[in-house]
Design a binder for this molecule. Sequence first.
Ligand SMILES: [Zn+2]
Ligand SMILES: [Zn+2]
Length: 327
Amino acid sequence: MNAMVLKKIGTELEWTELADPHPGPGEIRVKVSACGVCRTDLHVVDGELPDQKVPIIPGHEIVGRIDLVGAGVEGLSLGERVGIPWLGHTCGVCPYCRSGHENLCDHPIFTGYTRNGGFATATIADARFAFPLGETGSDVALAPLLCAGLIGWRSLVIAGEGKKLGLYGFGAAAHIMAQVAQRQGRSVFAFTRPGDVATQAFARQLGAIWAGGSDELPLEPLDATIIFATVGELVPRALKAVRKGGRVVCAGIHMSDIPSFAYQLLWEERQLVSVANLTRQDGVDFLRLAPAMSIVTKTTSYPLRQANQALADLRAGRFEGAAVLVP
Ligand SMILES: [Zn+2]
Ligand SMILES: [Zn+2]
């Protein structure tokens, strides 16, 4: 197999030939057909997450077909198309796993972070954490659903049922959640980098009723906002944008420091929460819902060998929607 490997934190990924991996008990080997590029991959490359091990193959929005099945795997078959998400494994016995909060597991394994991911021609996954994808939709179009979609969905659920929803950072996750929120009868307000009129136009195209810079406020207070961008300064701004009792959800795994702010911004029962990872149930719920809602992803494809270019373009905001690597 071949993979784009992070050998040293802060350096470019290297095209590398590796021995074909073999699935252990309970595992599957998947021939990768597409893998989305997520902001978390940038955090991995930059060494911004705790205890980053190298070498590692990033990538956790994997679509592919099973080409080897390990002992004891049930419910999945050779040739079946599956999606492999960020949550790669949980312990099953910690208090979080036992109470339906496996997203908070004390001993998790994460795809493309603590186990090899999908910037590769093949990967190994714990079969219980792979989602059957069926045959509807292209591999490339489905890939961004595996993280931008799933963690976006968890964030949207945690944002509550308010009708006026703000989205800070209109990238891969927001462009999917804007569609979901509208199908649910909500109005979407999109906040981008100040002056980023191209992304604001993209948000309006996708039905946002208001789009502006993150330094602006819409005329009416919002019920909830989700911050997908990794910029801590957005937290006080988002609190300013929500009504009394409104909720601000931080959806990123990493964020720059949040500046201090007046208590008045939180007062009147405004809530500030974060979302971590996903549960398998989030995946089942969202992957059932996305086709029924006719969610369309906007993607830019890159050959696997150009993973560094895709990461650089993501960092610079050079495309709308999501980047997807194709081996
Ligand atoms: Zn656990
Ligand atoms: Zn991700």
